[in-house]
Design a protein around this ligand. Structure first.
Ligand SMILES: Nc1ncnc2c1ncn2[C@@H]1O[C@H](COP(=O)(O)OP(=O)(O)O)[C@@H](O)[C@H]1O
Ligand SMILES: [Mg+2]
Length: 425
């Protein structure tokens, strides 16, 4: 006899199914489990089930994790999800639990009966040991494994604007492409990504590691530890307590970044000022480093030392871009002179701008808060080449869409650079 298991905190869905169960193929028995924690017991005691109907209370990340575990253990049970219109989970996550069908809850008898009939027929026809491939596919096929490009933002001196630049780099990539972008805060002691974006994370990088000891598969759950910034990109926050930072080893950083790479298209890594081992671990995985400096002698001197260190680490200068930030006039130092000291030149020269403080106080990257500001356009024009090829072409073909005019901007950029240089004299 076929059995349907209804998993939800309320009995309602089970009762609805019971009301028409005898019209379903093989007159299945409907078993209800309202204590989600005791599912294992119910399966052992009353299983196996041909169909599992997951009600709206499973439409959370934790609920989906549980469903995915059930699917792994009982691949022969066809899962039908009945979630509220906007479950606290993406379509992709729902697909990953192996659901064979999905209905919007509340659902009318007719649609629910049709979904259950199909699920039962599949289960009866194919037998209880088959692994179902989900028939419910998102419009855009999601590749299972990604291989993110990793960009790390670093500097030799503090307060150069690493966090500012890293959040804007993540924003730029997310705004101008459909890529999945994750921003990772490796400033483990004093990370500021969550405050600068006003995020309220449930978890931090420290939690990823504390769960590692348990028998949890990091690859399956890593996304749960990230918090989303609007609908743009995701962030993995630094630990809440500085004291938790010491416990995170370079090997663990490598492991986390490696796992994240398989889930996102870009990782943007923000770092502390020190060249810590954990930062070197990020360098090892990075395709490109953005090294920041400001227009003052200590910063410029340390930039030189920093670049020498990168050479010793055998990081090719082709994979390093210099960013001069907080450029002001009348500070007794000249961008042109500095440029002579660094023959590779600066990818972007960013002015000191009060819009930056304004955007930080708003909790938004400047590319979101004031994309029309000069500094925002300068950041964007320096980053176009890091977009995926199609997104880059789109931007170059219709630059108006993003407010960037490549040709005129570079002319403007040159002119401004000359102005800054001259006024700094
Ligand atoms: N171009 C800029 N103009 C004005 N203020 C800036 C600029 N870049 C960064 N800041 C400010 O300088 C401070 C330090 O920047 P932050 O990104 O936190 O540096 P870091 O992460 O390198 O320590 C922040 O208050 C930030 O808002
Ligand atoms: Mg910082």
């Amino acid at each position: 006899m076929a059995k349907i298991l209804v998993l939800d905190r309320s009995e309602e869905l089970a009762e609805q199914i019971r009301s028409f169960a005898e019209e379903l193929p093989n007159d299945p028995e409907v078993v209800s489990c309202t204590k989600i924690g005791s599912i294992d017991h119910v399966q052992e005691h009353d299983g196996p089930f041909s169909v599992l109907v997951a009600g709206p209370s499973l439409g959370t990340r934790a609920g989906l994790r549980r469903l995915a575990a059930i699917h792994r253990e009982q691949p022969g049970t066809a899962i039908v999800v009945a979630f509220q219109n906007e479950p606290d989970a993406s379509l992709r996550e729902i697909v990953q639990v192996g659901a064979v069908d999905m209905v919007d809850y509340p659902v009318d008898d007719l649609s629910l009966r049709a979904a259950l009939k199909r699920a039962l027929e599949m289960s009866l026809r194919i037998g209880a040991v088959t692994v179902y491939e989900p028939i419910y596919q998102p419009a855009e096929a999601v590749p299972q494994t990604r291989n993110a490009r990793v960009f790390t933002v670093c500097s030799a001196t503090g307060g150069c604007g690493k966090t500012f630049y890293a959040t804007n780099l993540a924003m730029f990539l997310a705004q101008n492409s459909s890529a999945r972008v994750a921003l990772v805060d490796l400033d483990l002691q004093f990370g500021e990504i969550t405050t600068s974006l006003r995020l309220q994370p449930s978890y931090t990088i420290a939690d990823v590691l504390s769960h590692e000891d348990e028998d949890v598969d990091l690859t399956t759950h890593i996304e749960d530890y990230l918090v989303q910034y609007e609908d743009k990109f995701w962030a993995l926050p630094a630990p809440k307590e500085p004291s938790q930072a010491d416990r995170i080893t370079p090997t663990e950083v490598t492991k986390i970044l490696d796992v994240l790479r398989t889930h996102y298209d870009y990782l943007v890594v923000d770092t502390p000022t020190a060249l810590a081992e954990t930062v070197l671990a990020a360098f090892d995985l990075s395709e490109h480093l953005f090294v920041m400096a400001t227009l003052d002698l200590p910063s410029v001197r340390n930039l030189g030392l920093f670049l020498q260190t990168l050479q010793k680490l055998r990081i090719s200068s082709d994979n390093v871009s210099l960013i001069m930030n907080k450029v002001e006039k009348d500070v007794g130092i000249d961008v042109e002179q500095i440029t002579k000291l660094f023959p590779q030149g600066f990818r972007s020269t960013l002015p000191y701008a009060k819009e930056v403080s304004r955007s930080v106080n708003l909790g938004k990257p400047i590319l979101a808060a004031q994309p029309e500001a000069d500094i925002a356009k300068r950041i964007a024009s320096g980053l176009t080449e890091f977009l995926p090829p199609d997104a880059r072409r789109r931007l170059e073909e219709s630059p108006a869409a993003s407010g960037i005019k490549i040709g005129s901007l570079s002319r403007l950029f040159k002119r401004r650079l000359v102005q800054i240089t001259e006024s700094a004299r």
